[in-house]
Design a protein around this ligand. Structure first.
Ligand SMILES: Nc1nc2c(ncn2[C@@H]2O[C@H](COP(=O)(O)OP(=O)(O)OP(=O)(O)O)[C@@H](O)[C@H]2O)c(=O)[nH]1
Ligand SMILES: [Mg+2]
Ligand SMILES: [Zn+2]
Length: 444
């Protein structure tokens, strides 16, 4: 069995893991059970994936470099899950995984949040924290890269661009035929986070690096009936280290009333935005998510409370209601050049946002805190500005030249401080309120 391991001794990512969890179907399997993907053009047709897909096989011949040899003698290094047969990038065999779920009502701002967050993390993590944030492979993150390009690398800065609504079917999903019954899996986004040369823990690189697995569901998939055995698109909720619940204050009438007094954002018109419909009760998404986890949990395992990050979106328009707005930077750089996160700043902002929600939308606070005591409320703006409208008041997108995200990467940085404390550091409590001195040590 051991020869059929995906070998890669000098891998950039570190040693091979003994077991991995498929980022498509969440099946956990031993590495030697991995299937390989044939390269020879005649070896076409897979039982689960259809007649035009290269065959999957368990190899018995390998090259000295650890590539498998298919039944027509061609070398291959591509790997697939033994359960769903979908391709898994090699990096997933070397980096321990952390799953994250982004949930929220339709049009709450999940896709903009993810796109803008990823764009900012590619810059903030290396510059501030000496951590690289890279795509695990070229294929899986393609959609997100296209969104990033449209918003942030657009040559035409004067024409509004809009990200499409996330659909519940189509090419955001893979279909697998299990005994003739098609199952639709959501495509994951896969990232590698690794320390750079100047990171204090770079020698422990293989232990502290991780693969982040993130999903962008359609809001409808979180509403009752949006997930089923044929359509298990939100089952990642049960595996996730934390939930990023995107709450959209502009969908709440009470917020709209206050915010419309000082903001021209078309989404806070008292009668609601024109175009995409909005949900009246966003907390229902949280209740529904939790009942799905209870329903699908393994009866052996006790249900753990899942830490919750309430991402309060579109803060460009409602943020002025937060005392002390604009938000301060929560990063402090030491003279060694690596920053730490001032958790006091995050706690302070979270308390203020919680107070505001308690006043204007108390059901969200009640729903969040009835699920877990581990809750933080973080305001973000993916765009830093309002969308443009046409002459009928319909939203037509954002002008690339106006985009200026606010705190959009902070929720994930917070997540990393909590779950990867040796990769992204917090400031020691005592140093939290002043600039770091050369000999200060980060708390780990
Ligand atoms: N003012 C403001 N508007 C935003 C921001 N982010 C998103 N929006 C608006 O909110 C709308 C919905 O955003 P999406 O990211 O597509 O929402 P979603 O949660 O992915 O929606 P579904 O895919 O339908 O579930 C967009 O069309 C924007 O007009 C923001 O940071 N500020
Ligand atoms: Mg979306
Ligand atoms: Zn799988």
């Amino acid at each position: 069995m051991s020869e059929s391991q995906p070998q890669s001794p000098d891998s950039f990512f570190g040693p091979l893991l003994a077991k991995i969890t498929c980022p498509h179907c969440w099946h956990r399997f031993a590495t030697p059970d991995t299937l390989w993907i044939s390269e020879h053009p005649d070896l076409i047709g897979d039982r689960l994936l259809g007649p035009y897909i290269p065959q999957r096989f368990l190899p018995n011949r390998f090259t000295p470099q650890g590539k498998a040899i298919d039944s027509r003698g061609m070398e291959t290094s591509r790997l697939a899950c033994p359960n769903c047969h979908l391709e898994i990038p090699r990096g997933a065999y070397h980096l321990r995984s952390l799953f994250l779920s982004v949930l929220g009502a339709p049009a709450s701002g999940k896709s903009y949040f993810l796109t803008s967050m990823v764009w900012r993390l590619r810059r903030v993590l290396p510059e501030e924290f000496a951590v690289t944030f890279t795509d695990l492979d070229a294929i899986h993150n393609q959609r997100l890269q296209e969104y990033e390009n449209a918003l942030f690398l657009n040559e035409d800065e004067d024409h509004p661009v809009e990200l499409p609504k996330t659909e519940t079917t189509g090419d955001l999903y893979n279909t697998v035929l299990f005994e003739d019954s098609p199952i639709q899996y959501i495509k994951p986004f896969l990232f590698a986070v690794q320390p750079m040369g100047r990171h204090p823990r770079v020698k422990a690189r293989s232990q502290i690096s991780r693969m982040l697995v993130i999903y962008d569901n359609a809001g409808e998939s979180f509403l009752p009936g949006g997930d089923s055995a044929q359509n298990p698109v939100t089952r990642h909720l049960a595996l996730s280290a934390a939930w990023f619940f995107v709450f959209d204050p502009t969908q709440d009438l009470r917020f709209r009333k206050e915010v419309s007094q000082f903001s021209n954002d078309p989404q806070v018109r008292p009668d609601g935005p024109r175009g995409r419909s909005v949900t009246q009760r966003q907390e229902a998404v949280l209740h529904e998510a939790w009942s799905r986890v209870l329903q699908h949990r393994d009866s052996q395992s006790s249900t753990r409370a899942i830490p919750l990050i309430v991402v309060c979106a579109k803060a460009d328009c409602w943020g002025p209601l937060i005392p002390g707005w604009p938000l301060p930077s929560p990063y402090r750089r030491s003279t060694q050049g690596v920053a730490g996160v001032d958790m006091d700043v995050l706690a302070d902002v979270s308390n203020k946002v919680r107070e505001l929600l308690n006043r204007l939308s108390p059901e969200i606070v009640t729903a969040a805190e009835s699920l877990t005591s581990d809750v933080i409320y973080l305001p973000v703006s993916a765009t830093g500005c309002s969308p443009e409208t046409d002459e009928n008041g319909q939203i037509v997108g954002f002008l690339p030249k106006k985009l200026n995200p606010i705190w959009v990467e902070v929720p994930l940085i917070y997540f990393m401080v909590r779950w990867l404390p040796t990769l992204v550091f917090r400031l020691r409590g005592v140093y939290g309120r002043r600039a770091l001195q050369p000999d200060d040590i980060f708390q780990q």
